[in-house]
Design a protein around this ligand. Sequence first.
Ligand SMILES: [Zn+2]
Ligand SMILES: [Zn+2]
Ligand SMILES: [Zn+2]
Length: 295
Amino acid sequence: MQPRHVSATVLGIAQDGGRPQAGCVRQCCVDIHSDFSLHRSPVSIGVVGSDHSTHLFEATRKLASQFETWFDNDPEDGPLDTLWITHAHLGHVDGLGLFGREAMGASGLKLHCSNSFLQLMQATPAWNNLIQQGVFIPQVFSDKPIKPTIQSGFTITPIRVPHRDELSDTHAFLISGPSKRLLFLPDHDSWQETLTLHKCESIEEWFSKLSVDIALIDGTFWSLDEIPNRVVEEIPHPTVEETLQRLADKKINDVRIIFFHLNHTNPLHRSNSKEYQKVIEAGWEVAHEGMTLQL
Ligand SMILES: [Zn+2]
Ligand SMILES: [Zn+2]
Ligand SMILES: [Zn+2]
Protein backbone atom coordinates (compact mmCIF):
# COMPACT_ATOMS: atom_id res chain seq x y z
CA MET A 1 0.00 0.00 0.00
CA GLN A 2 1.23 3.50 -0.87
CA PRO A 3 2.28 5.60 2.15
CA ARG A 4 -0.15 8.45 2.79
CA HIS A 5 -0.11 11.71 4.74
CA VAL A 6 -0.66 11.63 8.50
CA SER A 7 -3.85 13.38 9.53
CA ALA A 8 -6.02 13.96 12.56
CA THR A 9 -9.80 14.39 12.39
CA VAL A 10 -11.76 16.06 15.19
CA LEU A 11 -14.55 13.66 16.17
CA GLY A 12 -16.08 15.48 19.13
CA ILE A 13 -15.86 18.99 20.54
CA ALA A 14 -18.14 18.83 23.59
CA GLN A 15 -17.30 18.45 27.26
CA ASP A 16 -18.01 15.03 28.80
CA GLY A 17 -21.76 15.60 29.14
CA GLY A 18 -22.20 16.28 25.41
CA ARG A 19 -24.59 18.76 23.82
CA PRO A 20 -27.46 18.77 24.71
CA GLN A 21 -26.66 17.65 28.23
CA ALA A 22 -28.98 15.26 30.05
CA GLY A 23 -31.30 17.08 32.42
CA CYS A 24 -30.47 20.60 31.20
CA VAL A 25 -33.66 22.67 30.99
CA ARG A 26 -31.88 25.92 30.14
CA GLN A 27 -32.02 27.56 26.74
CA CYS A 28 -28.63 26.16 25.71
CA CYS A 29 -30.08 22.66 25.47
CA VAL A 30 -33.87 22.99 25.26
CA ASP A 31 -33.55 25.02 22.05
CA ILE A 32 -31.50 22.37 20.26
CA HIS A 33 -33.16 19.13 21.37
CA SER A 34 -34.99 18.54 18.12
CA ASP A 35 -32.21 19.79 15.82
CA PHE A 36 -29.71 16.92 15.55
CA SER A 37 -27.36 19.00 13.42
CA LEU A 38 -26.60 21.04 16.55
CA HIS A 39 -25.84 18.05 18.77
CA ARG A 40 -22.17 17.58 19.71
CA SER A 41 -20.22 14.57 20.95
CA PRO A 42 -17.66 14.46 23.77
CA VAL A 43 -14.08 15.20 22.67
CA SER A 44 -12.21 12.70 20.57
CA ILE A 45 -9.83 12.70 17.61
CA GLY A 46 -8.89 10.00 15.14
CA VAL A 47 -5.40 9.89 13.60
CA VAL A 48 -4.44 7.96 10.47
CA GLY A 49 -0.75 7.05 10.04
CA SER A 50 1.26 6.99 6.82
CA ASP A 51 0.82 3.19 6.80
CA HIS A 52 -3.01 3.70 6.82
CA SER A 53 -3.15 2.54 10.46
CA THR A 54 -5.92 4.09 12.59
CA HIS A 55 -5.59 5.48 16.12
CA LEU A 56 -8.45 6.74 18.27
CA PHE A 57 -8.08 9.15 21.18
CA GLU A 58 -10.73 8.67 23.92
CA ALA A 59 -13.54 6.14 24.01
CA THR A 60 -16.81 8.07 24.09
CA ARG A 61 -20.37 6.75 24.07
CA LYS A 62 -20.76 8.34 20.61
CA LEU A 63 -18.33 5.94 18.93
CA ALA A 64 -20.78 4.97 16.18
CA SER A 65 -21.29 8.47 14.84
CA GLN A 66 -17.66 9.38 15.52
CA PHE A 67 -16.35 6.55 13.33
CA GLU A 68 -18.73 7.80 10.64
CA THR A 69 -17.47 11.39 10.96
CA TRP A 70 -13.88 10.13 10.86
CA PHE A 71 -14.09 7.95 7.77
CA ASP A 72 -16.46 10.29 5.91
CA ASN A 73 -13.76 12.96 6.17
CA ASP A 74 -10.70 10.75 5.82
CA PRO A 75 -11.71 7.52 4.09
CA GLU A 76 -9.90 4.52 5.62
CA ASP A 77 -10.90 1.06 6.78
CA GLY A 78 -10.86 -0.33 10.29
CA PRO A 79 -10.28 -2.25 12.37
CA LEU A 80 -8.80 0.23 14.77
CA ASP A 81 -5.08 -0.26 15.51
CA THR A 82 -4.73 1.58 18.82
CA LEU A 83 -6.80 3.41 21.42
CA TRP A 84 -5.42 6.16 23.69
CA ILE A 85 -7.01 7.41 26.92
CA THR A 86 -6.18 10.71 28.66
CA HIS A 87 -7.99 10.06 31.96
CA ALA A 88 -10.92 8.35 33.62
CA HIS A 89 -13.65 11.01 33.58
CA LEU A 90 -17.01 10.08 32.08
CA GLY A 91 -16.91 11.33 28.50
CA HIS A 92 -13.41 10.02 27.87
CA VAL A 93 -14.14 6.42 28.84
CA ASP A 94 -17.88 5.72 28.78
CA GLY A 95 -17.54 4.07 25.38
CA LEU A 96 -14.98 1.47 26.49
CA GLY A 97 -17.71 -1.14 26.84
CA LEU A 98 -18.74 -0.60 23.21
CA PHE A 99 -15.60 -2.52 22.18
CA GLY A 100 -16.78 -5.57 24.14
CA ARG A 101 -18.94 -8.60 23.36
CA GLU A 102 -22.27 -6.80 23.69
CA ALA A 103 -21.33 -4.43 20.87
CA MET A 104 -18.28 -4.38 18.53
CA GLY A 105 -16.66 -7.56 19.82
CA ALA A 106 -13.13 -6.21 19.26
CA SER A 107 -10.18 -8.43 19.99
CA GLY A 108 -6.57 -7.62 20.85
CA LEU A 109 -6.98 -3.85 20.54
CA LYS A 110 -3.96 -2.09 22.03
CA LEU A 111 -5.16 0.31 24.71
CA HIS A 112 -2.51 2.87 25.61
CA CYS A 113 -2.99 4.36 29.07
CA SER A 114 -1.12 5.39 32.21
CA ASN A 115 -0.31 2.94 34.95
CA SER A 116 -2.83 4.65 37.22
CA PHE A 117 -5.57 4.23 34.61
CA LEU A 118 -4.68 0.55 34.15
CA GLN A 119 -4.98 0.01 37.91
CA LEU A 120 -8.43 1.59 37.81
CA MET A 121 -9.42 -0.69 34.92
CA GLN A 122 -8.26 -3.76 36.81
CA ALA A 123 -10.20 -2.66 39.88
CA THR A 124 -13.40 -2.02 37.88
CA PRO A 125 -15.11 -5.37 37.16
CA ALA A 126 -16.79 -4.34 33.89
CA TRP A 127 -13.51 -2.96 32.53
CA ASN A 128 -11.36 -5.75 33.94
CA ASN A 129 -13.56 -8.20 32.03
CA LEU A 130 -12.64 -6.44 28.79
CA ILE A 131 -8.97 -7.09 29.57
CA GLN A 132 -9.58 -10.69 30.70
CA GLN A 133 -11.59 -11.42 27.54
CA GLY A 134 -8.77 -10.08 25.35
CA VAL A 135 -10.80 -7.17 23.96
CA PHE A 136 -8.02 -4.81 25.05
CA ILE A 137 -4.30 -5.41 25.43
CA PRO A 138 -3.19 -2.66 27.82
CA GLN A 139 0.02 -0.83 26.98
CA VAL A 140 1.23 1.37 29.82
CA PHE A 141 2.89 4.57 28.65
CA SER A 142 5.52 6.73 30.33
CA ASP A 143 6.51 10.22 29.21
CA LYS A 144 8.52 8.85 26.28
CA PRO A 145 7.42 9.17 22.63
CA ILE A 146 5.79 6.04 21.21
CA LYS A 147 5.38 4.99 17.58
CA PRO A 148 1.91 3.44 17.58
CA THR A 149 2.80 1.14 14.67
CA ILE A 150 6.23 0.57 13.12
CA GLN A 151 5.44 2.45 9.89
CA SER A 152 2.90 4.93 11.34
CA GLY A 153 5.12 7.89 10.47
CA PHE A 154 4.28 9.73 13.70
CA THR A 155 4.88 9.49 17.43
CA ILE A 156 2.70 10.12 20.48
CA THR A 157 4.18 11.60 23.65
CA PRO A 158 2.05 11.54 26.82
CA ILE A 159 2.32 14.73 28.88
CA ARG A 160 1.18 14.78 32.50
CA VAL A 161 -1.24 17.60 33.37
CA PRO A 162 -2.80 18.48 36.73
CA HIS A 163 -6.52 17.66 36.79
CA ARG A 164 -8.69 16.47 39.66
CA ASP A 165 -7.28 13.00 39.92
CA GLU A 166 -9.84 11.19 42.06
CA LEU A 167 -9.97 8.20 39.68
CA SER A 168 -6.77 8.29 37.62
CA ASP A 169 -4.05 10.75 36.67
CA THR A 170 -4.46 12.84 33.49
CA HIS A 171 -2.35 13.28 30.38
CA ALA A 172 -2.35 15.40 27.25
CA PHE A 173 -0.85 13.91 24.08
CA LEU A 174 1.68 15.47 21.74
CA ILE A 175 1.22 13.91 18.31
CA SER A 176 4.27 14.52 16.11
CA GLY A 177 3.75 13.93 12.40
CA PRO A 178 6.27 14.39 9.57
CA SER A 179 5.46 18.10 9.23
CA LYS A 180 3.38 19.25 12.21
CA ARG A 181 3.02 18.63 15.93
CA LEU A 182 -0.46 18.57 17.45
CA LEU A 183 -1.18 18.96 21.16
CA PHE A 184 -4.36 17.24 22.36
CA LEU A 185 -5.23 18.83 25.72
CA PRO A 186 -8.91 18.34 26.54
CA ASP A 187 -8.81 18.74 30.33
CA HIS A 188 -6.64 20.40 32.93
CA ASP A 189 -7.43 22.32 36.12
CA SER A 190 -5.59 25.59 35.55
CA TRP A 191 -2.84 27.20 33.51
CA GLN A 192 -1.12 28.14 36.76
CA GLU A 193 -0.73 24.51 37.80
CA THR A 194 0.04 23.13 34.34
CA LEU A 195 2.68 25.76 33.60
CA THR A 196 4.24 25.36 37.05
CA LEU A 197 4.45 21.58 36.60
CA HIS A 198 6.25 22.09 33.27
CA LYS A 199 8.42 24.90 34.62
CA CYS A 200 7.14 27.50 32.17
CA GLU A 201 6.01 31.07 32.71
CA SER A 202 3.58 31.37 29.84
CA ILE A 203 1.49 29.29 27.44
CA GLU A 204 3.71 30.47 24.57
CA GLU A 205 6.84 29.30 26.38
CA TRP A 206 5.34 25.87 27.05
CA PHE A 207 4.10 25.42 23.47
CA SER A 208 7.43 26.53 22.06
CA LYS A 209 9.29 24.13 24.40
CA LEU A 210 7.10 21.34 22.98
CA SER A 211 7.43 22.72 19.40
CA VAL A 212 3.65 22.66 19.06
CA ASP A 213 2.20 23.80 15.71
CA ILE A 214 -1.48 23.15 16.42
CA ALA A 215 -3.07 22.94 19.87
CA LEU A 216 -6.54 21.61 20.64
CA ILE A 217 -7.07 22.99 24.12
CA ASP A 218 -9.52 22.91 27.01
CA GLY A 219 -12.25 25.49 26.35
CA THR A 220 -14.83 24.01 28.76
CA PHE A 221 -16.23 27.31 30.05
CA TRP A 222 -16.20 30.72 28.45
CA SER A 223 -16.51 32.23 31.94
CA LEU A 224 -17.64 30.99 35.31
CA ASP A 225 -20.90 33.00 34.99
CA GLU A 226 -22.17 30.07 32.93
CA ILE A 227 -22.48 27.77 35.90
CA PRO A 228 -24.06 29.79 38.72
CA ASN A 229 -25.44 26.75 40.53
CA ARG A 230 -22.28 24.64 40.63
CA VAL A 231 -19.36 24.60 43.06
CA VAL A 232 -16.52 25.74 40.81
CA GLU A 233 -13.88 23.99 42.94
CA GLU A 234 -15.49 20.67 41.99
CA ILE A 235 -15.06 21.26 38.26
CA PRO A 236 -11.99 23.48 37.76
CA HIS A 237 -10.91 24.41 34.22
CA PRO A 238 -9.15 27.50 32.87
CA THR A 239 -11.85 29.69 31.30
CA VAL A 240 -11.53 30.71 27.66
CA GLU A 241 -11.61 34.34 28.85
CA GLU A 242 -8.52 33.71 30.96
CA THR A 243 -6.75 31.80 28.18
CA LEU A 244 -7.39 34.68 25.74
CA GLN A 245 -5.97 37.13 28.24
CA ARG A 246 -2.87 35.03 28.73
CA LEU A 247 -2.37 34.63 24.97
CA ALA A 248 -3.02 38.21 23.86
CA ASP A 249 -3.56 38.34 20.10
CA LYS A 250 -2.11 35.91 17.62
CA LYS A 251 1.19 36.89 16.13
CA ILE A 252 2.49 35.69 12.79
CA ASN A 253 4.06 32.24 13.07
CA ASP A 254 2.26 31.60 16.32
CA VAL A 255 0.74 28.27 17.04
CA ARG A 256 -2.78 27.52 15.75
CA ILE A 257 -4.83 27.39 18.92
CA ILE A 258 -8.20 25.69 18.68
CA PHE A 259 -10.68 25.53 21.57
CA PHE A 260 -12.72 22.38 22.21
CA HIS A 261 -14.17 20.34 25.14
CA LEU A 262 -16.97 22.94 25.27
CA ASN A 263 -19.55 22.69 28.04
CA HIS A 264 -23.19 22.79 26.87
CA THR A 265 -23.45 26.28 28.41
CA ASN A 266 -20.50 27.66 26.43
CA PRO A 267 -21.44 30.42 23.94
CA LEU A 268 -18.63 29.16 21.66
CA HIS A 269 -21.09 26.49 20.52
CA ARG A 270 -22.83 29.30 18.58
CA SER A 271 -20.79 30.84 15.79
CA ASN A 272 -22.99 33.96 15.88
CA SER A 273 -22.20 34.72 19.53
CA LYS A 274 -20.01 37.71 20.42
CA GLU A 275 -17.73 35.35 22.36
CA TYR A 276 -17.11 33.25 19.23
CA GLN A 277 -16.30 36.43 17.31
CA LYS A 278 -13.83 37.45 20.02
CA VAL A 279 -11.91 34.20 19.59
CA ILE A 280 -11.79 34.62 15.82
CA GLU A 281 -10.80 38.29 16.04
CA ALA A 282 -7.91 37.35 18.30
CA GLY A 283 -6.74 34.97 15.57
CA TRP A 284 -7.68 31.70 17.28
CA GLU A 285 -10.20 29.01 16.36
CA VAL A 286 -13.07 26.94 17.71
CA ALA A 287 -12.97 23.27 16.69
CA HIS A 288 -15.72 21.68 14.64
CA GLU A 289 -16.54 18.04 14.21
CA GLY A 290 -15.07 16.64 11.01
CA MET A 291 -12.23 19.18 10.94
CA THR A 292 -9.14 17.49 9.51
CA LEU A 293 -5.62 18.56 10.42
CA GLN A 294 -2.65 17.47 8.31
CA LEU A 295 0.31 16.49 10.39
ZN1 LIG B 1 -13.45 15.96 29.99
ZN1 LIG C 1 -27.56 23.11 28.49
ZN1 LIG D 1 -11.77 15.46 33.24
